[in-house]
Design a protein around this ligand. Structure first.
Ligand code: ADP
Ligand code: MG
Length: 342
C-alpha cells in the first residue's frame, strides 16, 4: 500500500484560486456595431456565448430605436420633423424625445447656456465633414446667432408638442443623445440578466459590475497624440464621458475647427482640449462634458464645487491636466504627467 500523501502545503492557494474561478464564472465577450455616427462597443460577462449574443443584440436594437427617434438625419425622426417644420406650429414629439429636450434645457439653465441644443440653428454654416471645408464668415455667424437660444424653445408638456419662438431655429441632440442611448442599452442588458458590462459609444461609456472582481479599467486618449494617456478604475454604475477638440474637426489655413460650438460666439469653443466627466447618470455626464468644454476650466471648476456627485478631468490646450481630488488613487497615468488636483 502506498502511504497517503500528506496534504501539500501549496494546497491553500489552489483552493483560493479555484474559488476565484468558481465565484467569477462567465465569458468575457465583445461586440461592435456602427451606430450614432460612431462605433458602439459592448463588452459583457455573460453566462454563455448564446446569452451574450442575445443580450447584446437587444441592446443594439435599443440604440437603433433611439437613433431612429432622435437623429436629425433620419427622415421622420422627432428632431427631423421638428427642424423641418422650423416654426411656430407645435409639433407632436415622442415622450422620450420630449423628456430629453426638457433635460437639455435644464442643463442649459444650470450651465448659463453653455450647453444649448439650439446650437444646431447654425448647423448649415459649420460643415466640418465637407471636403472643401472653410469656416463661415463672421458676419454670417452673427446673423444666425440669435437663433441659438434655448429660451426660445416652446415646450407643451400636456400635449407633448414643441415649437420655436423664432422661425428657422433647429435642435440637435448630438451633445446628449449618446449618453441617453448608452444608459438605455445598459438597462436592456440588465433586463437580459447581464450584471457586468461596458457600453461604449466611441469613448463615452457606462459600466456595470466589475471584471472578475477587479474594477473595469477605462482608457482616456491623449487629446493630440492619439494614444492612451491614463486609465481610470471605474466603479459599478459609473458613466465616463469625454468631449474633446480631437473627435471631429477640420483644418483651414493651419487652424483647427472642431464640433463643440460656444453658443455665445457661434464659433468652436476654445478654452480646453478635453473634458472627461465621471458620474452615475450617463445623460448628465454627456451633457456636462460638452457644457464644461464650452465653459472652460475656471467656470467648470466653480460649477463642480456645488455639484459634489460629479468628478472631472480637464486637459487644457497646453496639455496641463487637472482632476478632481476624489479620483486620486483611481487613475493610472501611462506616461509621467503632472496633475493639479482640485
Ligand atoms: P462627442 O459627440 O464627440 O462625444 P460631445 O458629447 O461633446 O462629443 O458632443 C458634441 C456634439 O454636441 C456636436 O457634434 C454637436 O452635435 C453638439 N453640440 C455642439 N455644441 C453644442 C453646445 N454648445 N451645446 C449642446 N450641444 C452641442
Ligand atoms: Mg456630450
Amino acid at each position: 500500500m502506498r502511504p497517503i500523501p500528506r496534504f501539500p502545503r501549496c494546497a491553500l492557494p489552489f483552493v483560493l484560486l479555484f474559488c476565484a474561478i468558481g465565484c467569477h464564472k462567465g465569458e468575457l465577450l465583445t461586440f461592435n456595431r456602427p451606430m450614432l455616427g460612431t462605433i458602439i462597443t459592448i463588452t459583457i460577462i455573460a453566462d454563455s456565448r448564446e446569452a451574450g449574443v442575445r443580450a447584446s443584440e437587444a441592446a443594439f436594437s435599443e440604440i437603433l430605436r433611439i437613433e431612429a427617434l432622435m437623429s436629425p438625419l433620419r427622415a421622420g425622426s422627432d428632431i427631423a420633423r421638428l427642424n423641418n417644420n422650423g416654426g411656430c406650429t407645435p409639433v407632436p414629439i415622442s415622450n422620450e424625445t420630449f423628456a430629453l429636450v426638457e433635460k437639455s434645457i435644464d442643463v442649459s439653465r444650470a450651465t448659463g447656456g453653455a450647453f444649448d441644443i439650439s446650437f444646431a440653428s447654425l448647423g448649415r454654416l459649420w460643415r466640418l465633414g465637407s471636403d472643401d471645408f472653410r469656416p463661415p464668415d463672421a458676419r454670417q455667424v452673427a446673423r444666425s446667432l440669435p437663433l441659438v437660444d434655448y429660451t426660445k424653445i416652446r415646450m407643451y408638456p400636456d400635449s407633448l408638442r414643441i415649437s420655436f419662438a423664432l422661425p428657422g431655429m433647429k435642435l440637435g441632440l448630438g451633445g446628449i443623445a449618446k449618453g441617453y442611448a448608452i444608459g438605455r442599452a445598459v438597462e436592456v442588458l440588465r433586463r437580459e440578466g447581464v450584471r457586468a458590462s461596458i457600453v461604449d459609444a466611441g469613448g463615452d461609456l457606462k459600466v456595470t459590475g466589475d471584471k472578475y472582481g477587479e474594477p473595469w479599467r477605462v482608457g482616456l486618449m491623449h487629446p493630440h497624440k492619439r494614444e492612451i494617456l491614463l486609465a481610470i478604475a471605474a466603479r459599478d454604475g459609473d458613466s465616463v464621458v469625454t468631449s474633446g477638440d480631437y473627435e471631429r474637426f477640420a483644418t483651414y489655413n493651419g487652424e483647427r475647427y472642431h464640433h463643440i460650438i460656444d453658443p455665445k460666439t457661434g464659433f468652436p469653443a476654445r478654452g480646453l482640449a478635453s473634458v472627461t466627466v465621471i458620474c452615475s447618470d450617463p445623460v448628465l455626464a454627456d451633457a456636462y462634458a460638452t457644457a464644461f468644454f464650452v465653459m472652460g476650466g475656471v467656470r467648470a471648476l466653480e460649477f463642480l464645487t456645488t455639484h459634489p456627485g460629479i468628478t472631472a478631468i480637464f486637459i487644457d490646450p497646453n496639455m496641463k491636466v487637472s482632476a478632481s481630488r476624489k479620483l486620486k488613487g483611481r487613475v493610472d497615468w501611462l506616461e509621467k504627467t503632472e496633475v493639479e488636483w482640485f
